[in-house]
Design a protein around this ligand. Structure first.
Ligand code: ADP
Length: 487
């Protein structure tokens, strides 16, 4: 890996526990990070235990107090520097990301710039954490509202966006004066460690940001929930783990930010621009080999345009290239691990056994390993697993629908409520449908909705809180009101 980098020091075999880079855990345990495209081991890291989690929290608790005393402008300057470093090192950060996660290198580079955009945005917002003054309720009283950092924040992040999912948590936390103890997914810790290296270079003080590498996610989750120095936990991952963390946090009334699973509907009405809809489906369904929480999971196409849409989509998907993320022209990398591959195979087999037709793909790709062919299924019905579960793979199941009313009911018939998409040119319908969809985010005539300037997040079992935008700051601040009497 290091031979591929301009700056080899962005890869480390140490992990950042509080104020110290640690090369071995107290237990002496280690774990390996592999490249999912080749199966090669690319790094061996300390497998941390309870002692180290507690140490990182203690260090964060001390460091946070001093960090919170800095002005917004001072913290903004540090984040601006981190943003500049991320952009300057984007090629190397993308290489590290593709190596540990498998996504095509250009997509990985896009993720780095996307992650950096949150650092830039929240650095700017650091100066604008405004309070309020409220007219007093009695003649001699004045009311002042201020916003203060919540304190030490725990963060647990997934493997599908190893840089951006962490960057968009650490940036607002650090911007407002919190400290963060993070645990990246064990599959993809190197991107998080590289971010910590750059954060240190940018001037984030020791202890303010920790990256704990561990294969014992449940233990780290328990420690973060049980330690009363931790005031908030922010998590991106599965709904099941989100529920565990919510239960665990109950004893402390722990504040939670949860970005959980989705089951995004992607609706194509018969008045839609079909070419644009196909383009949107390509981005929303097949990006990152279908492994994003906002990926279109169910494609509903109105009966009149069903065949035409399926044909156009197949033409585009047929041109996709599966392979190693470093190879020229590759659009689809491997799935993250064997379980992921198994789930995709099972979803396709289940659909086929219940009458769906494989229009394209439908099986592991010829190169074997963790690669799966971009797939289109037609004749899909609500009784199939692809309809109720997140597939997290490059499989587009096409459902046929007749009316607007029917498709809204189908689209909302899920416990999830993260992203949704639809294509139509009718202005009145656009408002009706957008307002009727029970989702935190609605893409209208677009398949790409993620940006640091908008509030990302879900309703129902897709989560709590929002990341990005002016609203994203609120997740890391507490409101305090001062009542001044005797005036
Ligand atoms: P995914 O399907 O994306 O792997 P997970 O929710 O299992 O979804 O993983 C997301 C993150 O949650 C990872 O960092 C993982 O290590 C962590 N994780 C898994 N199980 C637990 C748990 N019981 N408590 C806390 N974190 C967990």
């Amino acid at each position: 890996l290091t031979s591929k980098l301009k700056d080899a020091s962005l890869v480390t075999d140490k992990t950042l526990v509080g104020t110290e880079w640690v090369s071995a855990s107290e237990s002496g345990k280690t774990f390996e990070v592999t490249n999912p495209s080749t199966g090669e081991v690319i790094a061996t890291l300390p497998d941390l235990g309870k002692v180290e989690v507690a140490r990182a929290i203690d260090a964060a608790y001390i460091a946070q107090k001093a960090w919170a005393k800095k002005t917004g402008k001072e913290r903004a300057a540090v984040l601006r520097k981190l943003f500049d470093l991320m952009v300057a090192n984007a090629d190397d950060l993308a290489t590290i990301l593709t190596m540990e996660m498998g996504k095509p290198w250009p997509e990985a580079r896009g993720e780095i710039l996307y992650g950096a955009s949150y650092v830039e945005w929240f650095g700017e917002e650091a100066k604008r954490v405004y309070g309020d003054t409220i007219p007093g309720h009695q003649a001699d009283k004045r009311i002042i509202v201020i916003k203060q950092p919540v304190g030490v924040v725990g963060a647990i992040t997934p493997w599908n966006f190893p840089n951006a999912m962490l960057a968009r948590k650490m940036a607002p936390a650090i911007a407002v004066g919190c400290a963060m103890v993070s645990k990246p997914a064990a599959q993809t810790p190197l991107s998080a460690l590289a971010l910590a290296i750059l954060a240190e270079r940018a001037g984030v003080p020791a202890g303010v940001f920790s990256v704990l590498t561990s294969t014992d996610a449940a233990m780290v989750g328990q420690e973060l929930c049980a330690n009363d120095k931790v005031r908030k936990l922010t998590f991106t991952g599965s709904t099941n783990v989100g529920k565990i963390l919510m239960r665990q946090g109950a004893d402390q009334i722990l504040k939670l930010g949860l970005e959980l699973g989705g089951n995004a509907p992607f609706i194509v009405f018969d008045d839609a621009d079909l070419d644009a809809a196909v383009e949107g489906a390509m981005i929303s369904k097949y990006r990152n080999a279908g492994q994003t929480c906002v990926c279109a999971n169910r494609l509903y196409v109105q009966a009149n345009v069903y065949d035409a849409f399926a044909k156009k989509l197949a033409e585009r998907v047929g041109k996709m290239k599966v392979g190693d993320g470093f190879a020229e022209g590759v659009t689809t990398g491997p799935l993250i691990d064997k379980n992921a591959l198994k789930k995709v195979e099972e979803h396709v087999a289940d659909a086929v056994s219940k009458g769906a037709k494989v229009e394209l793909g439908g099986k592991p790709a010829p190169q074997g390993g963790l690669f799966f062919e971009p797939t289109i299924l037609t004749g899909v019905t609500p009784d199939m697993r692809v309809s109720t579960e997140e597939t997290f793979g490059p499989v587009a199941p096409l459902f046929k629908f007749e009316t607007e009313e029917q498709v809204i009911e189908l689209a909302n018939n899920t416990e999830f409520g993260l992203a949704s998409y639809f294509y139509s040119k009718d202005v009145a319908k656009i408002f009706r449908v957008a307002e009727a969809l029970e989702y935190g985010m609605v893409g209208i005539n677009t398949g790409l909705i993620s940006t640091e300037t908008a509030p990302f997040g879900g309703i129902k079992q897709s989560g709590l809180g929002r990341e990005g935008s002016k609203y994203g700051i609120d997740d890391y601040t507490e409101i305090k009101y001062m009542c001044l009497g005797g005036i």
